[in-house]
Design a protein around this ligand. Structure first.
Ligand code: HEC
Ligand code: HEC
Ligand code: HEC
Ligand code: HEC
Ligand code: HEC
Length: 173
C-alpha cells in the first residue's frame, strides 16, 4: 500500500519536474521562441525599408518597438501576389487582432537599458548588440548575441566617458 502511494508520488513529482522544465524553457530569454509569421528581415532590407519604419522609437525612447499590424498594412494592404504569410497579416488586421510576436531581447526589470542613449548618444549600430539581424531570412527566434551582463560591461570598458564600468548602480536601479 505504502509502496503504491510512493510510486504515485514519484510519478507526480516527475510530471511536475517536466512541467517546470517546459515552463522554464518557454520563459528563459535564451530558449527559442516561435513567431506567428515567417518574417524576413533581409527581404525588407533588400527593398530599402529602413529599420526605423518598423522599429520606430529607438531615437527618442528606451525601447525600439516591435511594429503593430497597422504598420505592416501600410505596405501590405493590397496583395497583387498573395502569399499565405501576407494573408495572415490581412487577417490579423481585419479581425483587429495584434500579431502575437514574441519578444526575444529582454532585460530583467532590475536592469536599466535605453536605446536612445546607445543609438543616439552613443552612436552605436544595431548590430553591435543584435548581430546581423538585417540579413536574416527567418524571423528572430533567439538572441544572435546573448545580451548578458558581461557583454554590456566588456563594451563599457572601452567607452571613454564611462569611468567605472563595474559600478552596479549604473545598470541596476
Ligand atoms: C515600407 C513598406 C513595408 C512595410 C511597412 C512592411 N513591408 Fe513586408 N514587404 C515589403 C516589400 C517591398 C516586400 C517585398 C515584395 C513583396 O514580396 O511584396 C515585402 C515582403 C513581405 C513578405 C513576403 C516575404 C517573402 O518571403 O516572400 C512578408 C511575409 C512581409 N513582407 C511581412 C511584413 C510584416 C509582417 C510587416 C510588418 C511588421 C511588413 N511586412 C511591413 C514592404 C513592406
Ligand atoms: C547597446 C546594445 C543595443 C543596441 C546598440 C541596440 N539594441 Fe535593441 N535591445 C538591446 C537590449 C538590451 C534590449 C532589451 C531591452 C529591454 O528589455 O528593455 C533590446 C531590445 C530590442 C528590441 C525589442 C524590444 C524593444 O525595445 O522594443 C528591438 C526591436 C530592438 N532592440 C531593435 C534595435 C534596433 C533597430 C537597434 C538599432 C537602431 C538596436 N536595437 C540597437 C540592446 C541594444
Ligand atoms: C518591415 C518591418 C521591419 C523592418 C524594416 C525591420 N524590422 Fe526588425 N523586426 C520586425 C518584426 C515584425 C520583428 C518581430 C519578428 C521577428 O522576430 O522576426 C522584428 C524583430 C527584430 C528584432 C528582435 C526583437 C525582439 O527582441 O524580439 C531586432 C533586434 C530587430 N528586429 C532589428 C532590426 C534591425 C537592426 C533592422 C534594420 C536593419 C530591422 N529590424 C528592420 C520588423 C522589421
Ligand atoms: C557595444 C557597446 C555597448 C554595449 C554592448 C552596451 N553599452 Fe551601454 N553604453 C555604451 C556607450 C557608448 C555609452 C555612452 C553613451 C554616452 O553617454 O555617450 C553607454 C552608456 C550606458 C549607460 C549610461 C551610463 C551613464 O552613466 O550615463 C547605461 C545605463 C548603459 N549603457 C547600460 C547598458 C546595458 C544594461 C547594456 C547591456 C544590456 C549595455 N549598456 C551594453 C556602449 C555599450
Ligand atoms: C553595464 C551594465 C551592468 C552593470 C555595470 C552591472 N550589471 Fe548586473 N546585470 C546587467 C544585465 C544586463 C543583467 C541581466 C542579464 C544577465 O543576467 O546577465 C544583469 C544581471 C545581474 C544579476 C542577476 C543575474 C542572474 O543570473 O539573474 C545580478 C545579481 C547582478 N547583475 C549583479 C550586479 C552587480 C553586483 C554589479 C556591480 C558589481 C552589476 N550587476 C553591474 C547589467 C549590468
Amino acid at each position: 500500500m505504502n509502496l503504491l502511494k510512493n510510486q504515485w508520488f514519484l510519478i507526480g513529482a516527475g510530471l511536475c519536474g517536466i512541467l517546470i522544465l517546459v515552463v522554464l524553457f518557454l520563459v528563459l530569454p535564451n530558449g527559442e521562441v516561435t513567431q506567428p509569421i515567417a518574417f524576413n528581415h533581409k527581404k525588407h532590407r533588400d527593398n530599402n525599408v529602413p529599420c526605423i519604419v518598423c522599429h520606430r522609437f529607438y531615437k527618442e525612447e528606451k525601447r525600439a518597438g516591435i511594429p503593430p499590424v497597422n504598420v505592416c498594412i501600410t505596405c501590405h494592404e493590397d496583395v497583387i501576389y498573395p502569399t499565405p504569410e501576407k494573408i495572415k497579416i490581412q487577417n490579423y488586421f481585419s479581425q483587429h487582432k495584434a500579431i502575437p510576436w514574441q519578444q526575444v531581447y529582454k532585460v530583467p526589470g532590475h536592469v536599466f537599458f535605453s536605446h536612445r542613449l546607445h543609438v543616439n548618444r552613443g552612436n552605436l549600430a544595431c548590430k553591435s548588440c543584435h548581430g546581423e539581424v538585417g540579413q536574416l531570412e527567418q524571423p528572430v527566434t533567439k538572441q544572435l548575441i546573448p545580451l548578458k551582463m558581461k557583454y554590456c560591461i566588456d563594451c563599457h570598458k572601452t567607452v571613454e566617458t564611462i569611468d567605472n564600468p563595474y559600478e552596479c548602480i549604473r545598470c541596476h536601479r
